[in-house]
Design a protein around this ligand. Structure first.
Ligand code: RIB
Ligand code: CA
Length: 305
């Protein structure tokens, strides 16, 4: 059982990751959801997660984190996720509000009591970098950070970088240099474990959770369809699938270094295999990944009717 905090910027794929976590109550004890400015503003991504909670009748506490990267300004990316940060579904007004406690203070509160926390990080690493700066003891208390971010060959935001790392490279450097055990799911393994566009048709029904996923795909797939692809990555799902079944993944151990600057290189993750506390996921079994995802949504369709 993973005692976990989800750090995210929903985001279509963040929510698909969250749904898969929720389906596996036997594996994940979710202590809270922290939000951070990333794909869109902190206000918008926080509202998105609260709306999903409202739609499903959940009450997982939500804690707001950083409004901007450590050093840079931070630019919302409506191309991937739309103006709301999660275009597609029409969801109810959330009654639940974010907690008064900030994400950073929530991490501190949890880590004062727990020393086996697994953090699932699906967004820029700003919250975690602030935590490590303000509360260095966190280094020895976090069991593992499993994150979506980075790229080995080419980027999705500049020539070499992946969005989450590019958005706040200074934060990523602090986190990767912290000595904490990190598992990184870069772009390549997310593409390898992606969903075929035709497979998304299975969600086109009136079941509550399938409908949410279908509505998410109605916008999220546009990026792939516009480029003539037959498949899309559900990026943030991959670290969750890794925690659910590590045997599905080929990985390498070593050290990841973060490049801070350069038009082509800001946020580049340079991986050197060998000694080090970083595990990089290299490849996966796509069909087995999708089976876990599909089964998770089926489970939730039965639970939330
Ligand atoms: O590059 C992929 C990442 O950026 C994912 O976390 C996704 O949610 C996007 O915002
Ligand atoms: Ca995300």
């Amino acid at each position: 059982m993973y005692k976990t905090i989800i750090d995210c910027d929903p985001g279509h794929d963040d929510i698909m990751a969250l749904l898969t976590i929720l389906a596996h109550e036997e594996c994940f004890n979710v202590l809270g959801i922290c939000t951070v400015a990333g794909n869109n503003t902190l206000e918008k991504v926080t509202r998105n997660v609260l709306q999903v909670e409202e739609y499903l009748g959940l009450n997982i506490p939500v804690y707001k984190g950083a409004v901007k990267p450590l050093v840079l300004d931070g630019v919302p990316q409506p191309a991937g996720h739309g103006e709301s940060g999660m275009d597609g579904p029409i969801l109810p007004q959330p009654e639940m509000k974010a907690q008064d406690l900030s994400a950073i203070d929530f991490y501190k509160e949890v880590l004062r009591k727990e020393d086996d926390l697994t953090i699932i990080a699906l967004a820029p690493l700003t919250n975690l970098a602030i935590l490590l700066n303000e509360y260095p003891e966190a280094r020895s208390k976090i069991r593992q950070i499993v994150l979506m971010g980075g790229a080995l060959n080419g980027g999705n935001i500049n020539k070499y970088a992946e969005f989450n790392i590019w958005h706040d490279p200074h934060a990523a450097k602090i986190v990767f240099d912290s000595g904490i055990d990190i598992v990184m799911a870069p772009l390549e393994v997310c593409y390898a474990g992606g969903i075929l566009i035709k497979e998304t048709e299975r969600f086109r029904n009136e079941k509550r959770v399938s409908k949410l996923v279908d509505d998410l795909f109605s916008f999220y797939l546009r990026y792939a369809i516009d480029r003539g692809w037959d498949k899309t990555a559900i990026f943030d799902l991959i670290p969750v699938l890794y925690l659910l079944n590590k045997d599905l993944f080929i990985s390498k151990k070593g050290k990841v270094d973060i490049i801070l600057e350069g038009e082509d290189t800001q946020g580049q993750t340079v991986f050197v295999e060998g000694e080090g506390n970083h595990t990089v996921l290299i490849d996966t079994d796509r069909k087995a990944c999708m089976k876990i995802f599909f089964d998770a949504i089926d489970t939730l369709d039965l639970r939330y009717q």
